[in-house]
Design a protein. Structure first.
Length: 320
C-alpha cells in the first residue's frame, strides 16, 4: 500500500524514536503480539492505535484495503454504559472474534479502548488471552492509567508511552478565563487588606468556578457533535454513552492541564527573581491541583474539584 495512503501518525510524533521503533518492528514483522499504549491523552492513543492497525492490516498481501475503523479484521472493545466498564461478556465476544481466521488480511488487530476500565472478571479473562495469544493477532491496549491494570497484565505486554499530540482546547472563553485566574493569583500575592478584600477574592473565586463549568460544558458539546459523526453506524447506545463520557473526561483533564500551565506561567517570573515565597506557594499549588485532579477519577464533580483547588490557592498564595 502506498505510503501516501497510510493513516498518518499524529504530526508531533512523526520521526520520534518510539514511532521509529514501532515502524521498524512492523516492517520486519517483529512487532509484539500485545502492546500497551499509554499517555496523558486518550485521543492521541487512539490516533496511534489506528496508525499501527493500518500498517498491520493494509499490506501488499491483503485482498482488500479498508480504513482501520471499518476493517473486517479490526475489532474494538470499549467501555459501555454510564459506569463505563468493560465487562466479562463483551471481552469474551472480542476474544471469540480474534480466534477466527482473518478475512482479507494476514493479521487481525484488536483495539481495547480504556483497558483500565475492565472489571475484575474481564481482566482475568483477558489475561488468559495474553498468556496464550491467538495466532497472527495484535492486541492494542489503550489507557491513560496504566498502573490501574493488573500487574500480571502489565508484565505481559510491551509498553509505549506517548505524549499528548492534540491541540489545546479551542474555546474562545478559555484564554480570558486563564488570564483572569492569573490576575486573581497576582492580587492574592499582593496580600489581603481586610474583610472586604477577602470577600472580593471569594466572590471572584466562585465566579471562576461558574465560568469554568460553562466553558467545559460548551467545549464538550461541540467536541461530541464532531465525534459523533465519526462513529460507526452500528455502535450500541451504551457504547456511545461511554464514548461521550470518556470524551468529556478527556476535555476536563486537558482544561485542568491548561490550569496547571497557567499557574506555572504566573509563577515563573517571580521564581526568576528568587522569590522564595513564590517557590513554596507554587509547589503547594501544583500539589493541590494534582490532588484534586486525582479526585476527579473517583467521580468528584469538576466544579467541586476546581472549588477545592481555588480555596486551597486562596490559603496558599496569601501566606506571605
Amino acid at each position: 500500500m502506498p505510503t501516501s495512503e497510510r493513516v498518518a501518525w499524529p504530526s508531533t510524533l512523526i520521526g520520534t524514536p518510539t514511532v521509529s521503533v514501532i515502524e521498524q518492528a512492523i516492517e520486519r514483522q517483529r512487532l509484539s503480539h500485545s502492546l500497551l499504549l499509554h499517555g496523558d491523552d486518550n485521543d492521541t492513543l487512539v490516533l496511534v492505535a489506528l496508525a499501527i492497525a493500518d500498517r498491520l492490516l493494509n499490506t501488499d498481501e491483503s485482498t482488500g484495503h479498508f480504513a482501520p475503523e471499518t476493517h473486517p479484521d479490526c475489532f474494538a472493545l470499549r467501555p459501555a454504559g454510564k459506569s463505563r466498564q468493560i465487562g466479562a461478556e463483551p471481552t469474551r465476544e472480542l476474544i471469540g472474534k480474534v480466534q477466527v481466521s482473518a478475512s482479507v488480511s494476514r493479521r487481525k488487530v484488536a483495539i481495547i479502548h480504556e483497558c483500565d476500565r475492565m472489571n475484575t472478571a474481564a481482566a482475568n479473562i483477558f489475561l488468559k488471552t495474553l498468556e496464550e495469544p491467538p495466532a497472527h493477532t495484535t492486541l492494542l491496549m489503550l489507557t491513560t492509567r496504566p498502573y490501574a491494570l493488573l500487574p500480571t497484565i502489565r508484565s505481559r505486554v510491551l509498553q509505549f508511552r506517548f505524549p499528548s499530540a492534540t491541540n489545546a482546547i479551542n474555546h474562545e472563553g478559555l484564554q480570558p478565563w486563564l488570564e483572569d485566574y492569573q490576575h486573581w493569583l497576582g492580587r492574592l500575592s499582593d496580600g489581603v487588606g481586610g474583610k472586604r478584600d477577602v470577600a472580593d477574592h471569594i466572590f471572584t473565586l466562585y465566579g471562576l468556578v461558574a465560568r469554568f463549568t460553562s466553558i467545559l460544558d460548551t467545549a464538550t458539546l461541540t467536541a461530541w457533535k464532531i465525534e459523533k459523526e465519526k462513529l460507526p453506524p452500528d455502535l450500541e447506545n451504551d457504547e456511545q454513552v461511554a464514548i461521550e463520557t470518556g470524551l468529556a473526561n478527556g476535555i476536563r483533564q486537558r482544561i485542568f492541564g491548561e490550569l496547571e500551565h497557567a499557574t506555572r506561567a504566573f509563577a515563573i517570573p517571580r521564581l526568576k527573581r528568587g522569590d522564595e515565597d513564590t517557590r513554596r506557594a507554587h509547589v503547594a499549588a501544583i500539589e493541590a491541583l494534582e490532588h484534586n485532579v486525582g479526585l476527579l477519577r473517583v467521580n468528584l464533580n469538576q466544579a467541586a474539584a476546581l472549588e477545592n483547588f481555588l480555596l486551597s490557592s486562596l490559603r496558599i498564595w496569601v501566606k506571605r
